[in-house]
Design a protein. Sequence first.
Length: 577
Amino acid sequence: MAKTDPKDLRSARWFAPDDLRSFGHRSRMMQLGYAEEDFRDKPVIGILSTWSELNTCHSHFPDRVRDVKRGVTQAGGFAVEMPALSVDESFTKPSSMLYRNLLAIETEEIIRSHPLDGVVLMGGCDKTTPGLVMGAISAGVPMIYLPAGPMLRGNYAGKVLGSGSDAWKYWDERRAGNLDEAEWIGIQGGIARSAGTCMTMGTAATMMALAEALGLTLPGASSIPAVDSGHQRMSAACGRRIVEMVWEDLTPDRIVTEAACRNAATVAMATGCSTNAVVHLIAIARRAGVDLDLDDLDDLGRATPLIANIRPAGSTYLMEDFYYAGGLRALMRQLLERLDGSALTVTGKPVSANVEGAEVYNDDVIRPLSNPVYQEGSLAVLRGNLCPNGAVIKPAACDPKFYVHEGPALVFDSYPEMKAAVEDETLDVGPDHVMVLRNAGPLGGPGFPEWGMLPLPKALLRQGHRDMLRLSDARMSGTSYGACILHVAPESFVGGPLALLKTGDTVRLDLPNRRLDMLVGEDELARRRAAWTQPPARFERGYGYMFSQHVTQADQGCDFDFLQSDFGRSAGEPDIF
């Protein structure tokens, strides 16, 4: 129900009463230099910024906060910046995924514990989008997401470079002896040359697109490059719109519905999304009480053609090209017959209204449904005796010769063991081998690191090979590519079947039938299981201990079990507040 009386604002509980506690609140605001007319009887808007001096993707956020504040003020609100955990992808060890849920908790508690009527969420770097959105859904106040936007195209020696994707490509050439030191340094300096997220369709671009497809951004916001002046205008528009949303009482539960989640999954498949979209979208949906699972995603993947010709699933183009070609609005208009156009968005209008009039300006970048990059969607879900709860592969980003493949396993129990082995040019490995890394899942990693694009053995690189079938319970960067099977569930660290695989066992992938199996008899597997012992716990204290006690497996979104909506706990505020 829309609000008309300032006394109905959530912030009024802090500032309006004539009592001692509210006197304290008002006096502290005056200590900050504000007069009562600055903040009384106005929507108080929290700007949750995930900026830090080590988060390169968000280096423009201090300027964008000012843009958002301008919009809030224009609309008659009062804006306050609230710093939130940055969770940068480049520097956080052992994995930024370890801290996604910590950001979600922090987001929820910042909102819950402060006099905020609505929030603008500023993120983009991989885990910030899902972390912020998950927390804001649970907090339940009006929210709008402001995507960081992609960086400009990379460039070196007249070649266009894509962050992440070209790093893997040229690192293989470096290890194969085909790239000298000067070239390597030149690529290093040219691959990431402005503020913003990876400009390939990696996890950052994927999650920003999914936030828009969920209805949580202004139309077209996810595609604007970070340094484009349109990004400044969009930021101010977010500030204006969130004030209106507060008066309209447009809360996330009205937006993040089953229809919205299915729209987001369909858009994910059509964009050539990161495999990480699976984990994050399931987690977001479950925060909203939507029962989205791997089978739903696979069904949508089978029915949705990939039409965004963006690397790494595409061969040439980057996010800047996608923006100039019409961006996500144009892609969603192409898909409208496959979407629920009635789903509500932060504009207060349905999806169909938001994409009305959108045009495709380059139909090689955003393909028509009749001429897709790949006939099915970006991802496929596998089942079998190696992954009874599922595993994920990105068929459009690997050589079709691996779609049906059978070969001997080469198993590594840790990343350091694997890393040392692949540099050994005498390693006994052939192109038909299936490289396996285990103990790299949510608990085993720890924190589900992006180790799944296992480096090819140098022995194969020197022979001219650039891909092989790789299998792990890890994740991989959305900028990665190749025949990589990921998110094997249950993970080996907790005794999933991957823990029983041995070097030399035959592994069979049958992608058309969505099967992944080890050709080992049940009696032998029973003997191996009886002899298996669980590795020691990774954490004994602190946040890591809490993570290890409560994180769910990959197929369930890796959220904490006590935070999911279907866990039976209320998302509402306690009466004592």
